[in-house]
Design a protein around this ligand. Structure first.
Ligand code: AMP
Length: 250
């Protein structure tokens, strides 16, 4: 079973995001970038499937600038076998990502495509479902457990008030939730090994995809600043303020 894993290079989740002065986006200069956390989970899951003898090859793919090579090296460090960088410096929106991943899937014919449930920079949660639709494949989104049984991916999903279990005949598309696994720490020897693993570079044009944006970002704003709180001397004063000032109780 061949597994394709999509990995996006995003601003590291520890970085405090700053909005650009002109409101056109967020500051990305001199900021640390890493693999999208949900995508690390996807790579870890693919590598575990390989270690369990269920997968034969794990291919990591990223669409982005030359620096996305570092993100792919991290995926190779976790244990992916090879990587594909679809290089572009342009803004790539979810539909274009899905079209590019579809073209890569048509070249590679993976039995399973793993993606994160969302990229933490655009918070779109669109690429996985769009890719499944473009490929006309079954999809299991927000997987918190994944097993491969008799040619099917069995996906457990957390839904309101319980768990839903789906069986998807392969080939299928699965997106990962936080609870699926805890990605391993990449050891130094594995980081060194990753440097020797193959990485192919393509462009959207090589794959016959026009990645032009379809949406225009009108404005990006910081969330409203929270007002400082106050200390009250007693429960009676708290109740009084909740009634008379905040108006939340009667
Ligand atoms: P989104 O729909 O933008 O929230 O992204 C969902 C998932 O699609 C991510 O977790 C990645 O697995 C994949 N993805 C999105 N953008 C890219 C990209 N530029 N390169 C590789 N994978 C991506």
């Amino acid at each position: 079973m061949k597994v394709l894993v999509a990995v996006k290079r995003v601003v590291d989740y520890n970085v405090r995001i700053r909005v650009k002065a002109d409101g056109s986006g967020v500051e990305t200069a001199d900021v640390k970038f890493s693999a999208n956390p949900f995508d690390e989970i996807a790579v870890e899951e693919a590598v575990r499937l390989k270690e369990a003898g269920k997968a034969t090859e794990v291919i990591a793919v990223s669409i982005g600038p030359a620096q996305a090579q570092d993100t792919l090296r991290a995926a190779l460090g976790i244990g992916a076998d090879r990587a594909i960088l679809v290089r572009t410096d342009a803004e790539i929106q979810p539909l274009a990502v899905a079209k590019i991943l579809k073209a890569v899937a048509e070249r590679e014919s993976p039995d399973l495509i793993l993606l994160g449930k969302q990229a933490i920079d655009d918070d779109s949660s669109q690429v996985g479902p769009m890719l499944a639709a473009l490929l006309n494949r079954p999809q299991g989104t927000f997987a918190s457990k994944l097993t491969i049984e008799d040619g099917a991916a069995v996906v457990v999903r957390e839904v309101d008030g319980g768990l839903e279990t789906l069986s998807l005949p392969l080939p299928a598309v699965v997106t990962t939730d936080l609870r699926l696994n805890e990605p391993r720490f990449i050891s130094l020897p594995n980081m060194m090994k990753a440097k020797k693993k193959p990485m192919e570079t393509l462009t959207p044009a090589d794959l016959g995809v026009d990645p032009s944006p379809r949406l225009t970002t009108l404005k990006v704003e910081e969330p409203a600043k929270r007002k400082a709180g106050i200390k009250v001397a007693s429960v009676a004063e708290l109740l009084d303020k909740l009634k008379t000032e905040a108006g939340v109780i009667r």
